[in-house]
Design a protein. Structure first.
Length: 95
């Protein structure tokens, strides 16, 4: 990933890590569509799919994976700025 999306992802990762959150980059074996960022804190998991501000769109695979994660009790956010961190930290109950 390069360009604006990469810059947004880097800023999100830095903010979450500064709060002490474990940040992972995962991918599906033999597949695509898993969110860009997986954040873990105290047994809780939240995922973030980063999209550029203009023209970023959710693929069919990303939508299907986000639905499956939701059914498993995992929140997935679609984000185009670092502002999403406040919601992620609140969901993770990071103090």
């Amino acid at each position: 990933m390069a360009g604006p999306e990469a810059d947004i992802q880097k800023a999100i990762v830095e903010r979450l890590q500064a709060a002490g959150v474990l940040v992972l980059f995962l991918q599906l074996a033999g597949g695509r569509g898993f969110p860009d960022i997986t954040a873990m804190w105290n047994g809780k998991i939240v995922c973030v799919e980063v999209k550029r501000l203009h023209g970023g769109r959710v693929s069919r695979h990303q939508y299907m994976i986000s639905e499956a994660l939701h059914e498993a009790g995992i929140t997935v956010y679609f984000a185009n700025s670092v502002d999403i961190c406040e919601l992620v930290l609140a969901d993770l109950e990071v103090k």
